[in-house]
Unconditional design. Structure first.
Length: 360
């Protein structure tokens, strides 16, 4: 299918260049130039998306891998991404996709309708825009979301939240759940390590939480000696509680050396457990550890009585105690989230697929 489509978030500058208004980077381009994301370009004095209908691959994952622990737990999700990214994170763990400058990365051609039908045929509860940030393939993601909703498939975004207000509003009208990667809680980190700015991400978090019905969870990748001080962890978790509320699940994820940050050690289990303790002490009800084996950090506890509600081993549900109303069976307190009456049983499987397997 055709891979280049016109976009609407741009305007022409007095010097003849065209400014992309999709994200706060505001790339100013001449004809033939591409933005930092690489997939949005200036052609014939307008901004176009050059990767519409092209994917870097499809995989069926557990929803907990996104990570989302309170959105239809145990169910499967059809995950896919494209190429490029509007951030420049030195630690990117999907750099082969997000930093790609090769269109050969986009091996699969897929219409929005084909993706929705593939999710339906594989009994996926949701689809996820992931691997790279869906902000940059805004038009494609919105069309995929519309096709999925027509087939009763939920939509999940995994995003850094770096997007301008008007396209943000349009995008989140189509999304059912999101995990926002809050990379740190200092402007210095965002500017020096990601090439972006913290304020725009905080604005997105506030918008999602207070102006939409989108289910929100947050991930923080804990990087040794960069964003793991007690002071920063306290400031971040106190802000989440006061500005977003204590019900927002927070995932502390382990860093491993990659891309342009290979000189840093892996995050220890102890560092993640310390971060989790700080977050709980500051009032967050649901705090998890990721990329490590930690039964306690995988488990959902009742915030009132401390009972185990959902016991996990990595991405697999081992015990389920929530009643059909999503309440603790002991003290009847509600667990925040979006639940079916029965949890899914996909387990920890990761299954790559090609759409042509299903005649699509």
């Amino acid at each position: 299918m055709e891979t280049t489509v016109k976009t609407k978030y741009w305007h022409t500058l007095d010097d003849g260049r065209v400014q992309c208004d999709l994200c706060p980077r505001e790339c100013k381009l001449k004809n033939g130039q591409r933005g930092l994301c690489f997939v949005r370009a200036c052609e014939e004095d307008q901004i176009v998306l050059t990767t519409y209908g092209r994917s870097s691959g499809f995989c069926i994952d557990p929803v907990e891998k996104k990570p989302l622990n309170h959105f239809y737990p145990g169910t499967s999700v059809l995950s896919f991404g494209t190429a490029g990214c509007n951030l420049a994170c030195k630690f990117c763990q999907n750099w082969d996709i997000s930093k790609s400058r090769e269109m050969d990365t986009l091996a699969d051609s897929a219409s929005p309708q084909a993706i929705a039908l593939a999710a339906k045929k594989t009994n996926c509860r949701s689809i996820a825009f992931t691997y790279n940030d869906p902000v940059i393939f805004h038009e494609y993601a919105i069309d995929v979301a519309a096709a999925c909703h027509e087939n009763d498939i939920k939509t999940i975004a995994v995003s850094a939240g770096y997007v301008c207000p008007e396209p943000r509003t349009e995008f989140y009208k189509c999304i059912d759940a999101v995990n926002i990667d809050l990379k740190a809680f200092t402007e210095d980190f965002y500017h020096r390590i990601t090439g972006s700015h913290l304020a725009a991400v905080l604005e997105t978090l506030l918008y999602i939480r207070h102006e939409t019905d989108v289910w929100l969870e947050i991930t923080n990748l804990v990087i040794p000696d960069e964003n793991d001080s007690d002071k920063e962890l306290n400031q971040m978790t106190e802000w989440i509680v006061s500005e977003l509320g204590p019900d927002v699940p927070l995932h502390f994820s382990a860093f491993h050396p990659d891309w342009k940050m290979r000189n840093k050690p892996r995050t220890s289990l102890q560092a993640l457990q310390k971060a989790r303790s700080i977050a709980i002490m500051n009032g967050l009800k649901y705090v998890y550890t990721g990329n490590v084996h930690d039964r306690e950090g995988d488990t959902t506890f009742c915030y009132e009585c401390g009972g185990e509600l959902i016991v996990r081993d990595w991405y697999e549900i081992k015990e389920w105690s929530l009643d059909q109303a999503g309440k603790c069976p002991t003290c009847y307190s509600s667990c925040a989230g979006v639940f079916d009456s029965v949890h899914g049983n996909w387990g920890s499987k990761r299954v790559p697929i090609r759409l042509n397997q299903y005649g699509l």
